[in-house]
Design a protein around this ligand. Structure first.
Ligand SMILES: [Zn+2]
Length: 386
């Protein structure tokens, strides 16, 4: 039996210039209404200064014959770029967006605080689901292929010939229904590689889409759009209903407020890559390429993660003992108070596997070896105290 020392892993984050690519997010969510929340409301999160790590699974949805997406070995297009690597690259991008915040661009001249976001994501596992029924965007694989749904948010990468986009399951604080569908990544990747042999900008743009959808799962609504994606109406057009299209945060301006400020010249939903245009929103929760989140929005995220969504946090996962009889793909991370690896017959962590074990008390190994070319990190994690 070995006790492994602590190795603190560095999560790499990348942050590149904004890609010049069209992104069309669609969210199948219901509009919200109700009283606005201010940053100093009684609903304030107690732990906004504490970094929270949310567990996610990636699912590459393949055709039944195993083609049409990234797989365990290749990119599905003849290159040795497998889905495990691709998923980790996405997480690195997403965490780059989480590690940065920017001043909200509207209303012009505002003094809204720019707080650290203090949340990020970790890759629990990567699955390759071979099923024609769920290959295409529009099919909802969660009931069949959702894994560990009370503790891990599931991301489905699906086929579509439309422009890239995605949707999120809900904005509640109820665990169990947290998933997002992302469309057209593999098709765009293949096209980018064929024309430029470079997929980085395209992946950056899709990573922003995933970040946006995951942030819906962390309870946020759009700020100047309905949650199904249409622009919030204003008095500048017909059909305006006061306060009918609002995200519930007092520090995110409504479309109506911005339209009044510019005499109906510019609706703040301007589309992707418009976030630096005057009167255009750069909020992460609108579709523009910006990553700004306000104190109220961060308050809602942290409140949700302290409450019903706590089950998705790594710090909660290290409160329960975990016994493993296998280690490695499709899993990349394990969490437990006391982690015990003790199979009845010896097992190995195979070459090219990268595994992290997060524990709060101990890690004990028997009948387990780590093969050359693989990687195992054992990391102490403090249990949630909120
Ligand atoms: Zn959305």
């Amino acid at each position: 039996m070995n006790k492994i020392g602590l190795i603190f892993a560095l999560i790499l984050c990348s942050f590149y210039l904004q890609a010049q690519l069209p992104i069309n997010n669609i969210c199948l969510l219901n509009p919200v209404s109700g009283p606005k929340i201010s940053p100093n409301d009684e609903t304030d999160a107690k732990s906004m200064s504490q970094q929270k790590i949310v567990r996610v699974n990636f699912h590459f949805m393949l055709k039944s014959d195993g083609t049409g997406n990234f797989n365990e070995i290749t990119d599905g297009d003849g290159r040795l770029k497998n889905g495990y690597l691709m998923a980790q690259e996405f997480i690195n991008w997403i965490n780059g967006f989480c590690n940065n915040n920017e001043a909200l661009s509207i209303p012009i001249g505002n003094s809204i605080q720019v707080l650290n976001k203090n949340y990020k994501f970790i890759l629990d596992a990567v699955y390759f689901d071979r099923d024609n029924n769920y290959y295409n965007y529009g099919g909802s694989p969660q009931s069949i292929y959702g894994k560990n749904t009370m503790n891990v948010m599931n991301i489905y990468m699906q086929h579509s010939l439309e422009t890239p986009g995605g949707n999120a399951s809900d904005i509640s604080t109820n665990p169990g229904s947290k998933y997002t569908h992302i469309r057209s990544y593999w098709q765009g990747y293949v096209s980018q590689m064929a024309t430029t042999n470079n997929y980085v900008d395209f992946q950056y743009a899709i990573a922003k889409t995933i970040t946006h959808e995951l942030t819906h799962l962390l309870t946020l609504s759009h700020t100047v759009l309905w949650n199904h994606g249409a622009k919030c109406p204003t008095n500048c057009e017909n059909g305006y209903v006061s306060n009918s299209c609002d995200d519930g945060c007092a520090d995110t301006p409504t479309a109506e407020e911005i339209m009044v400020a510019n005499s109906c010249a510019k609706h703040p939903h301007c589309g992707f890559n418009q976030s630096e245009v005057l009167y255009c929103s750069n909020n992460l929760m609108d579709y523009n390429g910006g990553i700004s989140l306000t104190p109220c929005q961060l308050n809602k995220i942290h409140s949700g993660l302290e409450g019903g969504l706590k089950t998705y946090l790594t710090c909660e996962a290290v409160k329960t003992d975990l016994t493993l009889t296998s280690v490695g793909f499709p899993n990349l991370s394990y969490f437990g108070k006391k982690i015990t690896v003790n199979p009845s017959t010896p097992i190995e962590l195979l070459t090219n596997n990268k595994t992290e074990m997060y524990f709060s008390e101990s890690v004990d190994f028997s009948n387990f070896s780590v093969r050359f070319g693989s990687s195992l990190d054992v990391i102490y994690e403090t249990p949630c105290n909120y």
